[in-house]
Design a protein around this ligand. Structure first.
Ligand code: FUC
Length: 820
């Protein structure tokens, strides 16, 4: 028996088949009862949610450029004086009046003539009726992350039916193949369903099409025109074209090609012809045989997906359906679900953010509404940034491109808000943007008076450079970094005490510091941290590119005058310039911990007092919150080197989403998508990034292996994670201890490693040399923050015992270490 099993394993390995731990499938034994149970497919541009219904299949569809509204920014004229007045009121301590004025100057409802942020909208659904399919048996619905294909199969009336669906990354269409194990038994009706008004549905050249326009908002007509069509390719049987329906009878097999396009060329040009575009895409796709089309798609997908493997072991839970595993996760042993969730995050990024397209919005690309929650747009005071946290570390750097491309647009449209509202050079954005790249205030003063959206987004450019070391890229995007620095150079003003340079007016995203809900403020901690990074990035980028020497001096001067981080009366990291934090504040945004993650300004090794203060703040805020907030917390606890607490937060995140759609009680829907609630994709990406951050950190001058790994997941293997400096890491661990390590250096340069001091590394028989001093690899340079003002401090973090080593590497070489 044992030998037979061994032979089976060897055959399995040789045949390239997957072990159960690597089998990355979402599985269900019933059709989706609602959207949160449907399964997402996407090729960046086209999104599909597959319900898998038996007598009626619904495939809800999106195209990433179907948004309401039209080109234009939302920057009101003549508001500079109001900004100056709000600043003055803040200086006089008249905070409530300052906030009231900001709400009056930038009202929640858009004034006549101005488009505010616009919603991302659904296209509608393709309905496939199988009226004779009743009482199914052996039903199974799956999404396979290894090839980005979804399947539905069941038996009805003695026939086994099979559907296979994928949104092709190669051909830009949705393909659906429906087969049966008996000839002449595939019959169906095709029709469209959409909530858009004024659509035209009809037939042309063997296709059923739907034509419409992005919706009206505030009585303003939308100008995105879209056109979608489905073409059935039928083997055997017959087709009848009715008015708004296609009926197929007694076929052996049916392949449906779905193509959608819009008139969108870029944020200010809507001159494309959607019908021609969609038809051309369809024609091209139809020329490829189905088997070849599937292969092409899988190849394109796996080019990205296969770069990272994560094996945390498996258990009996892995054979249960995904909805049941989520329900039982907190009280079961299911390490494979953690790996599945991590890989699902990577799958979602590949599926929602392809080079040349739009960045993933609040719902990625999946939305079934005309007016989705928060417009499903880009909330840039956390959510959009969080979507891209896994991009580099999880080896999906190309997926980051749509965000950079949006930044290029914002660096143009944001000049209007910088100039009009702040009389400043450069560019900025507030807390929302959309397809049209708006940069003005949205949602009134309390939420929107935050001129920092561009500051945060622009961090991604510098971080990408640290991972890729590509100076061509840095040169291309340097104007974005410089424009951000210029803006703050002009906007910074003396704080009320006259000691520091601060941003005023601003907020600490969505939180308030006074009982009556006052949040408008000057010099919040997050703003100071953001400006610190904007300036530091500019200084480093301009030095690498050897440009703008004179400007560097003024930036350096302003940087010296930013307020330091402060530890307040409760031992917390202060959120505000004054010590106003409340220990009973459980707000989901903990913006001042931006300095801990994603920024690297607070390091337990370099600044234990600040790290402890950040920890105190985090403890006061509590664990349970919205999905994205818990995702962020996984990353924070990882940076605080507390794998146990990170894992606790993963458990909170991987618990069933509440039925109730409101509130701060996030979790996970049966389709593994994150619940704010309602669905918001950032939590998926945040938690994916958190898992990577528990395995590997590279922000602090070295590559720290297994910095925050929990005892609950004792053994495992990861391959293909990326560290700053362009190092690709493969490692194995057992009982929490590193047992194997292989590093590929894609750029060369010094590879500084930090590991537990119980472990020794040897390379080619020689023990590694302990390192000291600064890392000579410039991609690991650490920007020293100013000495913090510590007022009080309770206890200090206990730091793990580690050792650091230097390994000089050559570009393209692989280093395999012996680990003891
Ligand atoms: C911010 C958050 C909310 C939500 C929204 C889209 O306003 O405070 O929780 O995520 O963005």
């Amino acid at each position: 028996m044992k030998i037979r099993y061994l032979i089976f394993c060897v055959v399995l390995c040789l045949s390239g088949q997957l072990s159960p731990a690597q089998e990355l499938k979402l599985t269900y034994d019933k059709a989706a009862a609602n959207w949160n149970e449907a399964l997402p497919l996407g090729n960046g541009r086209i999104g599909a949610m597959v319900y898998g219904g038996v007598s009626r299949e619904e495939i809800q569809l999106n195209e990433e450029t179907i948004w309401a509204g039209r080109p234009g920014n939302n920057v009101p004229k003549g508001k500079y004086n109001d900004i100056v007045k709000i600043r003055q009121l803040l200086n006089e301590g008249r905070n409530k009046e300052a906030q009231d004025l900001s709400n009056r100057a930038f009202p929640r409802a858009a004034p006549a003539g101005l488009d505010y942020g616009m919603p991302y909208q659904t296209f509608g659904s393709l309905l496939i009726g199988f009226p004779e399919h009743l009482s199914p048996q052996g039903y199974r619905r799956e999404l396979d992350l290894n090839d980005a294909v979804s399947t539905v199969s069941y038996e009805s009336n003695g026939v086994r039916y099979h559907r296979e669906l994928f949104t092709s990354l190669a051909d830009s269409v949705l393909l659906i193949r429906i087969t049966a194990d008996k000839k002449k038994s595939v019959s169906m009706d095709l029709s469209w369903k959409t909530p858009h008004q004024d659509v035209v549905i009809g037939q042309q050249d063997g296709t059923l099409f739907l034509r419409g326009k992005g919706g009206k908002v505030d009585a303003k007509a939308g100008q995105v025109a879209f056109y979608g069509l489905v073409y059935p390719q039928v083997k055997g049987g017959r087709i009848d074209y009715l008015d708004q329906q296609v009926s197929i009878k007694d076929a052996d097999e049916v392949i449906l090609y779905v193509s959608i396009a819009t008139n969108f060329k870029n944020y200010r040009d809507l001159s494309a012809d959607p019908q021609r575009k969609a038809t051309r895409i369809l024609e091209r796709a139809r020329k490829v045989r189905y088997g070849r089309a599937l292969k092409n798609h899988v190849k394109e997908y796996q080019r990205y997906f296969n770069r990272v493997k994560l094996d945390l072991g498996s258990s009996a839970q892995a054979s249960k359906t995904t909805d049941v595993r989520i329900r039982e996760f907190a009280h079961s042993v299911d390490p494979q679900l953690v790996a599945l969730y991590f890989q699902f995050g990577r799958y979602l990024l590949i599926s929602s953010s392809q080079p040349g397209g739009q960045p993933a919005n609040l719902q990625g690309i999946w939305n079934d509404k005309l007016s989705p929650p928060w417009d499903s747009k880009y909330t840039i005071n956390i959510n959009t940034e969080m979507n891209y946290w896994p991009a580099e570390v999880a080896n999906l750097s190309e997926m980051h491109e749509p965000l950079f491309s949006m930044l290029k647009d914002l660096a143009v449209t944001g000049q209007e808000s910088a100039r009009e509202m702040y009389h400043a050079r450069g560019w900025n954005a507030h807390h929302n943007t959309d397809l049209w790249r708006i940069t003005g205030v949205v949602d009134g003063g309390f939420y929107g008076m935050w001129p920092m959206g561009g500051a945060w987004l622009s961090q991604h450019i510098w971080q990408h450079y640290l991972y890729r070391g590509d100076t061509g890229f840095l040169k291309e995007y340097y104007p974005v970094l410089k424009g951000a620095a210029l803006f703050y150079l002009d906007v910074l003003t003396k704080d009320p005490s006259g000691k520091w340079l601060v941003v005023s007016p601003s907020i600490s995203p969505e939180n308030s510091y006074e009982a009556e809900g006052v949040g408008v403020s000057a010099g919040t901690t997050m703003d100071n941290q953001l400006v610190f990074d904007v300036f530091s990035n500019f200084l480093r980028a301009s030095a690498v590119l050897e440009v703008d020497g004179a400007l560097r001096d003024s930036v350096q001067q302003s940087l010296q005058q930013l307020p330091p981080m402060q530890v307040g009366q409760h031992g917390q990291l202060q959120e505000w310039l004054r010590d106003l934090d409340r220990t009973n504040d459980h707000h989901r945004h903990i913006s001042h911990l931006y300095g801990l993650f994603p920024s690297g300004q607070i390091s337990p090794f370099r600044h234990p007092e600040l790290a402890q203060a950040a920890k105190n703040s985090l403890i006061y805020r509590g664990d349970k919150s919205t999905g994205w907030s818990m995702g962020w917390k996984v990353n924070w606890w990882a940076r605080l080197l507390d794998g146990k607490q990170s894992y606790k937060l993963i458990k909170d995140q991987l618990s069933p989403a509440p039925e109730e759609q409101q509130g701060q009680n996030g979790g996970t829907y049966p389709n593994l998508l994150d619940a704010h609630p309602p669905f918001q994709i950032d939590g998926n990406f945040g938690c994916t990034s958190g898992i990577a951050e528990m395995l590997l950190q590279s922000y602090d001058g070295s590559i720290y292996l297994l910095p925050a790994w929990p005892d609950e997941l004792p053994s495992g293997e990861v391959r293909g994670l990326v560290a700053r400096g362009g190092f690709i890491i493969d490692m194995r661990w057992k009982e929490g201890r590193l047992t194997a390590l292989k590093i590929k250096s894609t750029l060369g340069g010094n590879c500084r490693l930090r590991i537990s001091d119980r472990t020794t590394l040897t390379l080619k028989g020689k023990a590694l040399q302990k390192a000291s001093g600064e890392n000579s690899n410039p991609l690991f340079a650490v920007d020293e923050i100013k000495t913090p003002l510590i007022k009080t401090q309770k206890g200090l973090l206990t730091l793990p015992q580690t050792a650091i080593y230097d390994v000089p590497t050559a570009k393209g070489k692989v280093y395999e270490f012996a680990v003891n």
